[in-house]
Design a protein. Structure first.
Length: 77
């Protein structure tokens, strides 16, 4: 029988640590991406490629961060 995640977290951390961890996850992983600066209509293909690559890296780093925290919480069980 597995414990609910909240009970698992509470058994390993005190309340202040859980709140700080929740805040760190919320502040870094789930905040909406900043809107890009307005571009002129004649922005070239290179600008679009650069922007798409940046967005892909941002999404990948958010996913890695979520995965790292999830793995840490599961590993502490």
């Amino acid at each position: 029988m597995t414990l609910p995640l909240s009970k698992t977290i509470n058994s390993h951390f005190n309340c202040q640590q859980v709140m700080r961890l929740s805040y760190e996850i919320g502040a870094s992983a789930f905040e909406p991406p900043l809107s890009p600066p307005p571009r002129s209509r004649d922005a070239g293909t290179a600008d679009r490629r650069r922007e798409n690559a940046r967005r892909g890296r941002d999404a990948a780093s958010r996913s890695a961060l979520i995965g790292r925290y999830t793995f840490t919480l599961v590993a502490l069980r």
